[in-house]
Design a protein around this ligand. Structure first.
Ligand SMILES: [Zn+2]
Ligand SMILES: [Zn+2]
Length: 251
């Protein structure tokens, strides 16, 4: 899998850093479509159809909608939405909240409510995806994507420590790459708990316990120093990296 980081931050964008959007280029699959989605314009060329896996409906994961019309020159988009959220997404992305709507897109948009396990048609054939619910205000889905003998796990906006640690370890177990949020440093653990997030240290502990090969730290707060978050995770799990905008990782 060829993973490109299009938006790495959480909450809001700042100069050079955009909100949650990751593109598995050889599978034409986006993980969330936050403000970093504008970069899809450079990535998606001569492609008929793309898929978007949506973890939850918080604005920093769907704000790419507002450039979707200009960013994508495709014929069809499948958006995989957590169960029960399809109508909420539809309502949110139309007047009075938005001047646009899915109906105005120059391509077909299919909103698909996801099951615990499903398959996505990709240029490399069918890829299977497992999902699980995690703790976050309003709920969130984690994704485990199987491509041949490689596994990519995407866990953002969730509390993966304390009482939820064991479940998180089970879901991330032996992944080739774990993309996991690290919204806060350990010194702000109280806020992480209050807001349903995880610290860099806790993300490292999860990666170690789950025996993953690579940990990519994402959703690092926009004004945070990414190197500091990476260093904190590395104290417990050496192969931790803060995902940097526009970088590509081969998994
Ligand atoms: Zn977020
Ligand atoms: Zn969130």
């Amino acid at each position: 899998m060829e993973l490109k980081i299009l938006g790495s931050t959480g909450g809001f964008s700042i100069d050079g850093r955009h909100t949650a959007c990751y593109f598995i280029k050889d599978l034409n699959i986006f993980l969330d479509f936050g403000s970093g989605f504008f970069r899809a314009k450079e990535e998606v060329k001569n492609v008929e159809k793309v898929s978007i896996l949506l973890s939850h409906l918080h604005h920093d994961h769907i704000s790419g909608f507002f450039c979707m019309q200009l960013a994508l020159g495709v014929e069809e988009v499948d958006i995989y939405v957590p169960k029960g959220e399809k109508d909420n997404l539809y309502r949110y992305l139309e007047p009075p909240y938005s001047p646009q709507s899915f109906r105005l897109m120059p391509f077909k948009v299919n909103l698909i409510e996801i099951e615990d396990e499903f398959e996505i048609e990709t240029p490399k054939g069918k890829v299977s995806v497992k999902t699980e619910s995690f703790e976050h205000p309003g709920g969130v889905k984690g994704f485990r994507i199987f491509d041949g003998d490689k596994t990519l796990v995407y866990m953002t906006d969730m509390r993966s420590a304390g009482e939820t640690f064991e479940g998180a370890v089970k879901f991330a177990r032996d992944a080739d790459c774990l993309i996991h949020e690290a919204n806060y440093l350990d010194k702000s653990k109280d806020i992480a708990i209050q807001t349903g997030h995880t610290t860099a240290l806790e993300s490292g502990e999860l990666a170690k316990a789950a025996n993953v090969k690579l940990l990519l730290l994402t959703h690092i707060t926009a004004w945070g120093n990414q190197n500091e978050f990476e260093a904190e995770a590395k104290t417990v799990f050496e192969n931790s990296h803060a995902a940097k905008e526009k970088e590509t990782y081969i998994i």
